[in-house]
Design a protein around this ligand. Structure first.
Ligand code: SF4
Ligand code: F3S
Length: 108
């Protein structure tokens, strides 16, 4: 499956959602995840993200390996819901671009 990484936290551009043929993105307050049970590995979403937040599971960097389990876990979180249409990015996305350690800011 493909995996959403730290770069998405506090940004949520949602360009990825527009292209997913199986609608397997799930949305929380300030992050999106991919449900690995539903992703068909089409790779369409990866080049769409303006902050380069999506990788194939095999290409997730060592520093972000924990996001593989996190995507699976949050896709099933009771408060997280399927997102099928793109929306406007979070208002402060520009100031969060490239910031490291954003996992500490993840809201569930
Ligand atoms: Fe959806 Fe394809 Fe991206 Fe998987 S790889 S999340 S199926 S667009
Ligand atoms: Fe996040 Fe990039 Fe999609 S910022 S919502 S993974 S387009």
């Amino acid at each position: 499956a493909f995996v959403v990484l730290e770069e998405c936290i506090q940004c949520k551009h949602t360009d990825c959602v527009a292209v997913c043929p199986v609608d397997c993105f799930y949305e929380g307050p300030n992050f999106l995840v991919i449900n690995p049970d539903e992703c068909i590995d089409c790779a369409l979403c990866e080049p769409e993200c303006p902050v380069d937040a999506i990788r194939a599971e095999e290409e997730v960097p060592d520093t972000q390996q924990h996001f593989i389990v996190l995507n699976a876990e949050l896709a099933k979180h009771p408060n997280w819901t399927q997102i099928t249409e793109p929306k406007v990015a979070l208002p402060e996305h520009a100031q969060w671009k490239g910031v490291k350690g954003k996992l500490a800011h993840l809201d569930r």
